[in-house]
Design a protein around this ligand. Structure first.
Ligand code: HEM
Length: 466
C-alpha cells in the first residue's frame, strides 16, 4: 500500500510538473543560458516526496527515473542540496577522475558523528594526506596476515548458530566483522577489546540514527540522543587512547601487523606523527565504514545463496577442494545485485562539466550503483544471479561500483573482500545451508547500508550431522 501511494504521488507530481514545466520553460531556458548552467532534466516533486520515494523504494524509483529522464537526471532530497543522479560509465569516469578541488566529498552526513579528522570530514590536501597514511596498511598483499584472525572469529561465532531453525545472520555477521576490525585494525586485546566490544554496538546503532536524522545532532539536554552519543564517544576516546599509549610503549611495535601499529609509525609529509585525535577519529571511521557494510554483504550472500541452490552446490564443492575462484566471483555478483551502499556522492565545489551538462557549485552528484548494476547494456541478463559472469574476469571500474571510485574509493575494499571470502569459506565448510523457497528479502535501510529486511535468514545443519 505504501509503495502504491508513493508511486501514485510520484506520477501525480510528474503530471503537475509537466504542465508547470510548459509555462516556465522559456523563462528557465533564459536563466540557464545566462548563468551558463545546464542541468539534466528531472522531476520537480517536493523534496520530501522524492526523499521518501528514494529512501523506501529506491531500487524501483532509480531505474524508473533513468528510463524516464536518461542516464543523468536532476532531483531534490530533504536536507540536501539539489542532486544529479548519474548512471552512465563515461559520466562516472568523469566524476571519479575530477580534481579534488572541483568535486568534494564534503559535508558527508557521517562527518559530524565521526569527528573532524575523519576521512569523511576532509577534502583536498588534508584528505589526500590522511589517505596516504591510511592506504599502506590496507594494501592487498598485507591482507593474508589477517586471515587467521577472521577465521578464528568466524568459527567462534558460528559455534553458537542454532541448527534446524531459521535465524537472521546479520547480527552474527556484525559480531564477526566487529571483532575482526577490533583485532586486525585496532590491535585490541584483553580489557580494551572487551570494553570496545560492549560499547561499540550501542554507539554505532545510535550514531546511525543520528546520521538519519541530522536535526538530532545537537545538544538538547542531558537525556537527548546527542548527549548520550557524546558520553559514548568520550568512553570510546578513553579506550582508544589507552590502546595508543600501550602501542607507543610497545617495544615490539614494529613487528605488529595491526593497522593501529602501522598508523603509530606513519608520518605526515613534514615528518610529524599522526596525533591521537587523528588516530581515534580514523579508527572510528574505519570501524563504521567497514563493519556494517561487510556484515550486510555477508547477510545478502546467505540470502542469495539460499535462493540459488546450483550456485551454492558449486561453492560447497569448490570449498571442499580448497579452491576459491568461483567464491571470489560470487562475492562480486552479490555486490553487483545487492550493493549495500547504493550511491556514491560528490559535491560540486567549482562549475563542473558532466557530459553535455554544466553543474553549478552546491550541487551533489550521486553515482547510482543499483541502476548501473542492473543495466543490460553493461551486464548481460542483469536480473539473473550468475557469478559465472565474473569468473576469471575483473569487473569494469566504471560499471561495477560498490566501493565507489577515484580518490575517495573505499580504502578497505581488499580487507572487505578477504574478510567476506574467509567467512563464506568457513560457513560453507562448517554447515549445510538449506535452500529457501520464500520470496527474496527486501532491502532495509539502516542509516549507512541497505541490508536484507529479515536479516538474511539462514537454516543450517552442521556437516557430519546424523
Ligand atoms: C563490503 C564492504 C564495504 C563496502 C560495500 C564499502 C563501500 C564504500 C564506499 C561506497 C565508499 C565511498 C567511496 C567513494 O566515495 O568513492 C567507501 C569509503 C570508505 N571505506 Fe568502505 N566499504 C566496505 C568496507 C570497508 C572496510 C572493511 C573498511 C575499513 C576497514 C572501509 C573503509 C572505508 C574508508 C576509510 C572510506 C573513505 C575513503 C575516502 O574518503 O578516501 N570500508 N566504502
Amino acid at each position: 500500500l505504501r509503495d502504491a501511494v508513493l508511486i501514485g504521488l510520484a506520477r501525480l507530481g510528474t503530471c503537475v510538473y509537466r504542465k508547470r514545466y510548459q509555462t516556465v520553460r522559456v523563462r528557465t531556458r533564459k536563466a540557464v543560458m545566462s548563468t551558463e548552467t545546464r542541468l539534466p532534466p528531472g522531476p520537480r516533486l517536493p523534496a520530501a516526496v522524492q526523499g521518501m520515494a528514494f529512501a523506501t523504494m529506491q531500487q524501483r524509483v532509480m531505474p524508473a527515473m533513468q528510463r524516464r529522464y536518461g542516464d543523468a537526471f536532476t532531483t531534490a532530497m530533504p536536507g540536501m542540496r539539489r542532486c544529479v543522479i548519474v548512471s552512465d560509465p563515461e559520466l562516472v569516469k568523469a566524476v571519479f577522475k575530477a580534481k579534488p578541488d572541483v568535486l568534494h566529498g564534503g559535508v558527508n552526513p557521517l562527518s559530524h558523528v565521526l569527528g573532524p579528522s575523519s576521512m569523511f570530514s576532509l577534502d583536498e590536501a588534508r584528505h589526500l594526506s590522511q589517505r596516504r597514511l591510511l592506504l599502506p596498511p590496507f594494501h592487498g598483499e598485507r591482507m593474508k596476515s589477517y586471515e587467521a584472525i577472521i577465521e578464528e572469529e568466524a568459527l567462534r561465532e558460528m559455534a553458537t548458530w542454532p541448527e534446524g531453525e531459521e535465524f537472521a545472520t546479520f547480527a552474527p555477521m556484525m559480531r564477526i566483522t566487529l571483532n575482526a576490525i577490533l583485532r586486525a585494525v585496532f590491535g585490541a586485546e584483553d580489557e580494551e577489546l572487551d570494553g570496545l566490544r560492549k560499547l561499540l554496538p550501542a554507539m554505532t546503532k545510535l550514531g546511525s540514527r543520528l546520521v538519519m536524522v541530522p536535526a538530532l545532532q545537537r545538544d538538547l539536554g542531558r537525556l537527548s540522543p546527542w548527549q548520550r552519543f557524546m558520553r559514548q564517544r568520550a568512553a570510546y576516546d578513553r579506550l582508544v587512547e589507552a590502546l595508543i599509549d600501550k602501542g607507543r610503549r610497545d617495544p615490539a611495535l614494529e613487528e605488529r601487523a595491526d593497522v593501529l601499529a602501522l598508523l603509530l609509525q606513519a608520518t605526515h609529509e613534514d615528518g610529524t606523527p599522526m596525533t591521537d585525535a587523528e588516530i581515534t577519529d580514523q579508527l572510528l571511521t574505519l570501524l563504521v565504514a567497514g563493519h556494517e557494510t561487510t556484515a550486510g554483504t555477508l547477510a545478502w550472500s546467505v540470502e542469495r545463496l539460499r535462493r540459488h541452490p546450483a550456485v551454492l552446490s558449486r561453492l560447497v564443492a569448490e570449498a571442499a577442494d580448497g579452491g576459491g575462484a568461483y567464491r571470489e566471483a560470487t562475492i562480486r555478483e552479490v555486490q553487483r545485485t545487492r550493493p549495500v551502499i547504493v550511491g556514491t556522492g560528490r559535491y560540486v565545489a567549482k562549475p563542473f562539466d558532466l557530459g553535455p551538462w554544466r553543474l553549478p557549485p552546491g550541487y551533489m552528484i550521486i553515482i547510482a550503483a543499483t541502476t548501473m548494476h542492473l543495466d543490460s547494456r553493461f551486464f548481460a541478463r542483469p536480473r539473473e544471479f550468475d557469478p559465472g559472469r565474473f569468473l576469471g574476469r575483473k569487473p569494469d571500474t566504471y560499471q561495477w561500483v560498490p566501493f565507489g571510485g577515484g580518490l575517495r574509493r573505499c580504502i578497505g575494499a581488499a580487507f572487505a573482500h578477504m574478510e567476506m571470502d574467509v567467512v563464506l569459506r568457513t560457513m560453507l565448510r562448517e554447515f549445510e545451508l538449506a535452500p529457501a523457497t520464500e520470496r527474496p528479502e527486501r532491502w532495509r535501510f539502516r542509516g549507512v547500508a541497505f541490508v536484507p529486511s529479515r536479516g538474511g535468514q539462514a537454516m543450517i545443519r552442521r556437516r557430519g550431522y546424523v
